[in-house]
Design a protein around this ligand. Sequence first.
Ligand SMILES: Nc1ncnc2c1ncn2[C@@H]1O[C@H](COP(=O)(O)OP(=O)(O)OP(=O)(O)O)[C@@H](O)[C@H]1O
Length: 287
Amino acid sequence: MNSDGWLQALAGELHRRGLDPDLSRHVVAEAATHLRDSGEPPLQVFGPPATYATAVAESVGAPQPGGGVGVARVAMPVRPPHTPGPVRLEVRGITKRYRRRPVLTSVDLTVRAGEIAAVVGANGAGKSTFLRICAGLLSPDAGRVRVHGTLGYCPQSGGTADFLYPEEHFVLVGAGRGLHRAEARAAGRAHAGALDWEPAGRTQARHLSGGTRQKLNLVMAALGEPDVLLLDEPYQGFDRGTYLDFWQQLWRWRADGRAIVVVTHLLNQLDRVDTVLDLTPAREMSA
Ligand SMILES: Nc1ncnc2c1ncn2[C@@H]1O[C@H](COP(=O)(O)OP(=O)(O)OP(=O)(O)O)[C@@H](O)[C@H]1O
């Protein structure tokens, strides 16, 4: 079965399972992009259309043939299988204290190309501190971080320049990553489009909504296609559609071979990642 035939069959199977038409189109488009970019045969990547459609429908809680009401929950289409590559981020024995108060104690993490690591833990557990250390913005008291390749970092907040337009951000950050103006603008627009954002307007960063400012931060982190992406709760302020787009984008980056570290409070996403680093202090876990 060729890709077109497989995609057509998938669309039919999703329809039969009562999947929301917009979501169906999205799933088919995602599969088409993956097949086009990878050049792999659909049966090998996704399996038979009916099997893949069942997995997607179960994942999003859609009604199945023969009845049954869908479960309303945020869920994502099942990702195609992937093979992790070489180690991109190595973190060993990171310890950090603020004044005398320990925040991180001997933290290790290894992330390979084609993997997503989720960093979880209660408020104040040290997630942002850990990411800032990985990004080289903060020094640890002990331990070391090795990044093999280029790095993009999306902070939890801040990171944008109030009086610049989004496209000026792309040009500025792109220049630091070796992109010419036109290339940076085009790359920025492409990444923004994946988050359902059209950044061409003349709105300064200070007048963007909080969610749109976070999209801008995320796009800046992704400019120049870095090997390692460090994302500190980048989806704050995203609406549900953008949030789904964001996870789709993460899986696309993973399929492209990026090593991704994402801070998240949303435990329902943890079965969608490859590694979970829980920074909850040991005393709280045993309490
Ligand atoms: N520069 C600093 N000086 C002193 N204490 C700090 C500093 N930065 C962070 N802290 C403290 O260190 C702890 C860890 O902070 P961090 O922001 O890394 O946690 P977090 O897990 O990202 O929190 P949240 O989930 O609320 O974003 C917190 O108690 C915080 O108040």
